[in-house]
Design a binder for this molecule. Structure first.
Ligand code: NOJ
Length: 532
């Protein structure tokens, strides 16, 4: 998620912080906080998620076209150990098997994504629609519904058709807006009678920053200081167009909802008494979640992004800001294009103010923010390098969404933790702890009045983790990738708690205890009476 270089900087900063300022630093924020006993609202939806490229495999089967990830992973040196998603979990062939896992977990919903090149091989609808691809998603949706599991469907989870990248430069080009709209329209036409929850984009931040700024993700471009802003601009326009298409052409008939899924780490000021740190932390969140959420809810980029990128562009001698602008018609077209907001959240950072003068460091999304990210070395970090378990950050982020965007309907579309080591014993007790703590913070946020309607554990299965290959396992189910059949095994997080049960038993446990004490007392009284 965070570029590796940034993580490294983070670690160095942590060291420096420990050596130089350990005494001043407020470590008390490390406290887990107390457990809140309560219940989730009736109808709250529990689910798990996946995405097409990460799980389907069958990369060249049944008429599927190439995606930018197929091409990227086949180049040497792009992914750890040069792994690819060619076969991944073979999810394409395991619809029934995987749905029985979902039933084991008692899921209310399953979040998956549609591979654009699987149903439109070149990405351009007028070229060709691949009926075999359509058939696959038809089957998946039908089987889910038969099992009373609601499909939540993402249209774009990063696998752009390669032809669109080669012909037009992918999200650098405004023509993606219409091609994406055609693809979305086809999905509404063919699946919309059964799918009632649509997500246009998954985590466009990653697409923009890692795809077009750092180049760590496909298509691997390093257009520092401009590429990410341009890609984001076009994705926001594409999102708005697809929302309007659904709203005007399909909503009345299909009665579904359409939103966007944004990811955001929480940013906490290092020193809450220091105004500069407070502003830097707010900037961190605005440059992350706010970059996309503010246009979608308020029609334009966060003021702080316009100010900082505009000022730095001026200092570079550029005539206009590197952050593109929306016309006033575009602003009103984009504003309000969100029936629900998907939130993907995994971790938190401490933030402090740090100036990056233009001349010395050149321009980039990262230096535009004028801040430094820090982590508390005592935060548990069982999995990915960037993923520290900081449950209280989740509650703060959810409250931020409530206050900034008018308390929208929220579905948590991703939350979970990976594991570094090979979890051969399947004893992922840290994952149980992570889920328990994060879910409880979400419950506190609901008590605060945040309108959270559903929660999606990320992810159902271990799967291809982008540039990290198969080295980071997020699954509730372990997948043996060395075995051709890709068998799935439940980890302890499934076996011992059955995720769903864990979410509700916290209030049952004290009740059972209380009951047992009461029953014992009654029994004791009965014995004493008989004696007398
Ligand atoms: C967000 C991405 O949407 C998802 O595909 C990925 O697995 C998680 N981050 C974990 O890195």
């Amino acid at each position: 998620m965070l570029p590796r270089c940034a993580v490294r900087v983070c670690h160095v900063l942590v060291l420096v912080l420990c050596l130089s300022a350990a005494e001043d630093f407020d470590w008390t924020k490390n406290d887990r906080g107390s457990f809140y006993y309560g219940t989730f609202p009736a109808g709250f939806s529990w689910g798990a998620g996946s995405s097409a490229y990460q799980t389907e495999g069958a990369w060249d089967k049944d008429g599927k076209g190439l995606s930018i990830w197929d091409v990227f992973t086949h180049k040497k040196g792009k992914v750890q150990r040069n792994e690819t998603g060619d076969s991944s979990c073979e999810g394409y062939y395991k619809i029934k098997d995987d749905i029985s896992l979902m039933k084991e977990l008692k899921l209310n919903h399953y979040r998956f994504s549609i591979s654009w090149p699987r149903i439109i091989p070149t990405g351009i609808k007028s070229d060709h629609v691949n009926e075999k691809g359509i058939q696959y998603y038809d089957n998946l949706i039908d089987h889910l519904l038969e099992s009373k599991i609601t499909p939540i469907v993402t249209l774009y989870h990063w696998d752009l058709p390669q032809v669109l990248q080669e012909k037009y430069g992918g999200w650098q080009n405004i023509s993606m807006v219409n091609h994406f709209n055609d693809f979305a329209n086809l999905c509404f036409e063919r699946f919309g009678n059964r799918v009632k929850y649509w997500i246009t984009f998954n985590n466009p931040w990653s697409v923009a920053v890692e795809g077009y700024e750092t180049g760590e993700h496909a298509p691997g471009l390093k257009l520092r200081g401009t590429g990410a802003y341009r890609a984001a601009h076009h994705m926001i326009k594409a999102h708005a167009k697809v929302w309007h298409t659904y709203d005007t052409q399909w909503r009345a008939k299909q009665k579904g909802l359409i939103g966007i899924s944004l990811s955001g780490d929480w940013g906490e000021p290092v020193d809450i008494g220091n105004q500069k740190d407070i502003e830097a932390a707010e900037r961190y969140v605005q440059f992350y979640l706010g970059w996309f959420a503010t246009p979608v809810f308020h029609g334009d980029y966060p003021q702080v992004m316009k100010d900082f990128i505009g000022r730095k562009s001026g200092q570079q001698g550029l005539g206009t800001s590197r952050l593109p602008t929306f016309s006033s018609q575009e602003k009103s077209y984009i504003k309000g294009t969100c029936d629900f907001l998907g939130i993907g959240h995994f971790t938190t950072r401490y933030i402090t103010q740090k100036n990056y003068p233009v001349g010395r460091s050149g321009s980039s999304y990262f230096t535009d923010r004028d801040l430094a990210e820090l982590v508390d070395p005592r935060w548990p970090d069982p999995g990915s390098e960037w993923l520290y378990s900081v449950p209280w950050g989740f509650r703060r982020l959810l409250n931020f969404v409530k206050t900034q965007y008018g308390n929208p309907m929220i579905y948590v579309t991703e939350n979970g933790v990976s594991e570094k080591m090979l979890c051969t014993e399947l004893c992922d007790d840290w994952r149980i702890q992570y889920y328990k703590d994060y879910i409880n913070e979400m419950l506190k946020a609901i008590k605060d009045g945040v309108n959270v309607r559903g929660y999606t554990a990320w992810s159902l299965l271990d799967k291809f983790e982008w540039d990290e290959g198969y080295s980071e396992r997020f699954g509730l189910y372990y997948v043996d990738f060395r075995n051709k059949n890709k068998p799935r095994y439940p980890k302890a997080s499934v076996q011992s708690t059955q995720l769903h049960m864990e979410m509700v038993t916290e209030i049952v446990v004290p009740t059972v205890c209380t009951l047992s004490i009461l029953l014992s007392a009654i029994f004791l009284m009965f014995l004493l009476r008989r004696r007398n």
